[in-house]
Design a protein around this ligand. Sequence first.
Ligand code: TXA
Ligand code: MG
Length: 324
Amino acid sequence: MLTIEESIQHIQLGGVVAIPTETVYGLAADASQPEAVKRIFSIKGRPADHPLIVHIGSVAQVNDWAEDIPAIFWLLAEHFWPGPLTFILKKNPQVNKLISGGQDTIALRIPSHQKVLQLLVALKCGLAAPSANRFGHVSPTTAQHVIDEFGDDIDGVIDGGACEVGIESTILDLSIKQPRILRPGQISQQQIEDFLGFPLSTIKQQSPRVPGMLKAHYAPVTPLVLVEKSALDSQLMKLLDDNLKINVWSVSRPQLQHTNIFWQPSPSDNKQFAKVLYHQLRQFDQTAANITLIQCPPDLPEWYGVIDRLTRAAAHFSIDSFRS
Ligand code: TXA
Ligand code: MG
């Protein structure tokens, strides 16, 4: 584990250090050092056209990275920063396109975790930092998750405890005329609309500009299937018939009990659920189970961030492929 001082040295020398944020851990390097940014892409196994978020320590740094900034940005930033909200703005032409995956826009965020804020204020540079997981895998929410994932491939980890929010920041695109959410998170569309006093655009974008928006992402190793509460027992019965071992994450214990069912209670509160989601997916990957069933959360706006991650984590799998 690294101290803040050690991390500053590594980053200034072009190193890659894992940092805690309130959402998930990030894999950070000095955004103004192209070689350091390239190391992030190669360690993560991330395609070069998938842009990174630049984390900054103060609103005064925004002009270093963006230009042609709409007035509502300053109001939103004052209200929601530091915090789990990332803005897409028009990129300052001086900024290397390596960070933006070749695009003319840039993603910016001031995180609220005290340790990373301390680091950012001391460094005075922008930190390019994607989530500290290998491309397509589950994001890390503890320092141990990062060590499990990367070991000695990185220069170290700042231990900031378990992330408070647990899922990645909400991404709001302000680079276009009609602002829209590109990735849902703890800060909901409703909260942003209430603050702005007008609705956001709901037009879906075409290309996968946001890798977290690829249909299959955040994937655990153990196949994951989402199940309605009412269908849980019948699905379990069929899977047991096929002699499978099954992880179950549901609010209440299934009526069916069996040595091949490993049940864990899931939180009924959306914030608590988001906080433990990635840890629980990693835990389920450690069991001997062949499949994980997760009870679908309620279809309510405060759950949209969690539903988005669960749907993508489950996108590879269908329950029928497990039936003989
Ligand atoms: O909470 C978070 O946002 C975490 C922590 C570490 O800050 N970071 C994170 O980074 O989730 P990453 O790289 O896993 O996801 C960043 C997302 C990607 O989906 C990326 O495509 C999108 O931000 N993004 C970055 N720049 C963009 C741009 N110019 N236009 C559209 N999307 C962009
Ligand atoms: Mg990610």
